[in-house]
Design a protein around this ligand. Structure first.
Ligand SMILES: [Fe+2]
Length: 208
């Protein structure tokens, strides 16, 4: 429905700004993430140095980003990676069965980045931050609903700090887990120290 904006503006007074406590009821909150300290982080890092890795020939993605990847056998890491998945299940308050698909290491040289994407071959995506530093790439979430916002709503949501991009505050040793439908990306890397993250996907096979 589109009114005659000029006529409306002439005949109506301005809206008063009245500050009060929040009456907002937020609904359809299906975009969220969990952040934990990665269990066995030192063992994980040590294992990444010693366990056999594979080239990244099996990946079906990679043309739109600029990163180097190493692929690993899930059996070499299952005992560690299953722990944050269990923590997630506990926090969600939902018991589920799941398989962890092959994990991989991402290496970002200067200028490296990852385009906005989601994972269509799993249900939960996870990323472990192996190092951090000045001018490092930043992991971010991107609100897929953003494309439907009107211009005033973009301004309003930005002032409410609910804009379309969200950078979780992460440090080396943190792990993020999130629904695989959530759009996410990694900003360009501006350091000469190689940024490393370890990613794995979780396929939910049964929800109790
Ligand atoms: Fe991803």
């Amino acid at each position: 429905m589109s009114g005659d904006y000029e006529t409306l503006a002439k005949n109506q007074p301005d809206i008063y700004y009245t500050k009060s406590s929040s009456n907002m009821k937020q609904i359809f909150s299906n975009q969220f993430y969990y952040q934990f300290k990665m269990p066995d982080f030192d063992i994980l890092k040590e294992r990444l140095e010693t366990i056999e890795k594979f080239d990244d020939g099996d990946f079906t993605w990679g043309e739109l980003c600029k990163i180097e990847r190493d692929s690993y056998n899930v059996n070499d890491f299952f005992d560690i990676l299953v722990k944050p998945v269990g923590m997630l299940s506990g926090q969600l308050g939902v018991k589920f069965n799941a398989k962890i698909s092959h994990p991989w290491l991402n290496r970002y040289d200067r200028g490296g980045f990852q385009e906005i994407h989601y994972h269509d071959d799993c249900d939960i995506a996870a990323v472990v931050f192996l190092n951090d530093g000045e001018d490092f790439s930043k992991f971010y979430f991107w609100d897929s609903n953003h494309t439907a916002f009107t211009k005033p709503w973009i301004k309003i949501l930005t002032q409410m700090k609910l804009s379309n991009i969200y950078y979780p505050e992460v440090k080396a040793g943190d792990v993020l887990l999130f629904p695989s439908h959530m759009l996410h990306g990694v900003s360009p890397h501006n350091s000469d120290i190689i940024r490393k993250t370890f990613s794995f996907n979780v396929i939910v096979t049964n929800v109790e």
